[in-house]
Design a binder for this molecule. Structure first.
Ligand code: PAF
Length: 284
């Protein structure tokens, strides 16, 4: 496995592989890799001849008040995870390599990026769509892998790929959880032991909401109220949003019907965590 930091080096590898007729899978990440990322790399290695992992904390998807500076970074550890999971190349660029200082072109979306995290983090998806488009252009993969923990991001990327005619298959992969249910996230590392315990309320509340829906509840407000009530009972938790939307077009719905995404963003202390569930049932 090789680690490179320039676009030129990635392109040299890609050119060589394409000449040999090899397929390429891309796993875009911001590093500090955990088992969730490892599962994406393993899947990419099963389905492609070569796997590129991008490891880049993308500044354009963070607002000035967010955690860009403190976001955890550890390339050495990431390299071990990539090696063990079957990656062939890590692309670890600097911000200067990825962005011209006078760049004026960005990828903007409306619709699926407007609700949920798009509401609380207004510039977030512009940064995600821009960096992912750039990574697609740099690596020209056959397939790219994204986790369902960021379900809205997955929907946004799929829509962008369709709208901009990228010839890339987007593969969504299941949420990987700790044994006690907490969704794996690089940001879990910010939690102190009391917060780590408190964070369990998010999955528990969502699970109870899911049960309500599976038992026949069709009123979004009732399910949102139940989930919110459970989370609010935890003193260390502060709700950013709890919402139910249609999936994958991410429109707020009053009545639960068809494929839906129930998503929550919750501050545990100062750490903002997200989690969700999807229910797929055509036309019920
Ligand atoms: O999901 C992430 O880690 C990031 O949003 C992504 C897709 C790597 C873009 O920076």
């Amino acid at each position: 496995m090789e680690i490179v930091s320039t676009i030129k080096e990635v392109r040299e590898n890609v050119k060589k592989w394409k000449k040999e007729g090899l397929s390429i899978g891309l796993v875009p990440t911001m590093g500090y890799l955990h088992e969730g990322h490892a599962s994406l790399i393993v899947r990419a290695a099963q389905e492609n001849d070569k796997v590129i992992v991008s490891d880049f904390v993308n500044p354009t998807q963070f607002a000035p008040n967010e955690d860009l500076e403190s976001y955890p970074r550890n390339l050495e550890r990431d390299a071990q995870v990539c090696q063990q999971s079957g990656a062939d190349l890590i692309f670890h660029p600097s911000p200067e390599e990825m962005y011209y200082p006078d760049a004026v072109t960005f990828v903007n979306m409306t619709g699926p990026s407007d609700e949920l995290c798009g509401k609380s983090r207004p510039i977030h998806f512009r940064g995600v769509c821009t960096v992912v488009s750039k990574l697609f252009n740099i690596t020209t993969p056959d397939r790219a892998y994204f986790g369902q923990k960021d379900a809205q991001q997955l929907a946004v990327i799929k829509r962008m790929v369709r709208d901009l005619n990228f010839d890339i298959e987007i593969v969504g992969c299941p949420i990987i959880r700790e044994n006690d249910g907490l969704a794996k996230s690089s940001r879990n590392t910010y939690l102190n032991p009391a917060e780590r315990q408190a964070a369990l309320i998010i999955h528990k509340a969502l699970d109870d909401g899911k049960k309500l829906i599976l038992d026949g509840e069709k009123n979004s407000a009732a399910v949102i109220a139940k989930i919110s009530e459970i989370i609010s009972a935890e003193p260390l938790a502060r709700i950013d949003y709890v919402e139910i939307v249609s999936f994958p077009d991410i429109k707020v719905i009053d009545t639960i019907k068809g494929d839906i995404l129930a998503a929550a963003a919750v501050y545990i202390g100062n750490t903002r965590l997200i989690d969700n569930f999807i229910i797929e049932r055509q036309c019920t």
